[in-house]
Design a protein around this ligand. Structure first.
Ligand code: SF4
Length: 162
């Protein structure tokens, strides 16, 4: 069972989107210099379809995207809940994973955006030119095999070519 400890409406986590970000607990990763150690605990409210219904009902008109921040303990459930978001709303869906590569068999088509990679202090976050993390937009062009467009550079203040 996924759980979440908090949520917020944010503007920078997913480029071009106003995002309802859900902070999931139970993170199984152990990044050195973890910026959110409280998310490694088993804490918070259960996140199931009924809870998603409530959040989308309350905030769905204020945002364009719903992002699962974490959930590496059960990626398949993250994807199932993202599919549910799609069924009940027009919101885009995003997932912030602290791992790389994507788990085998992950339902990529459930997402519009996927961020991959652990946090490494010496490399910095998505806005660092040295970052190991990647943000992808999932491109569906009519066939069943989504493509990954790397949009990590959009997090930098002066992206190449800007
Ligand atoms: S993915 Fe890494 S930085 Fe994020 S909560 Fe888990 S251990 Fe911490």
């Amino acid at each position: 069972m996924l759980k979440y400890v908090s949520y917020d409406i944010v503007f920078q986590e997913v480029p071009g989107e106003v995002t309802l970000a859900l902070n999931l607990s139970g993170c199984p990763n152990r990044c050195q210099g973890c910026h959110s150690p409280h998310l490694r605990e088993d804490a918070g409210r259960p996140l199931d379809r009924a809870e998603i219904d409530l959040l989308v009902e309350r905030y769905g008109r204020q945002v364009t995207c719903l992002c699962f921040m974490g959930g590496d303990g059960d990626p398949a459930e993250v994807a199932r809940l993202a599919r549910h978001v799609r069924r009940i709303s027009r919101l885009k869906t995003a997932w912030y994973s602290g791992r790389m590569p994507l788990p085998a068999g992950f339902d990529t088509a459930a997402m519009d955006y996927i961020k991959l990679g652990p946090y490494i202090p010496s490399r910095g976050g998505l806005d660092s030119p040295q970052t190991n993390q990647r943000m992808y937009r999932i491109v569906r062009d009519g066939n069943d095999t989504p493509a990954f467009e790397d949009i990590t550079a959009r997090f930098r203040r002066n992206p190449p070519g800007a």
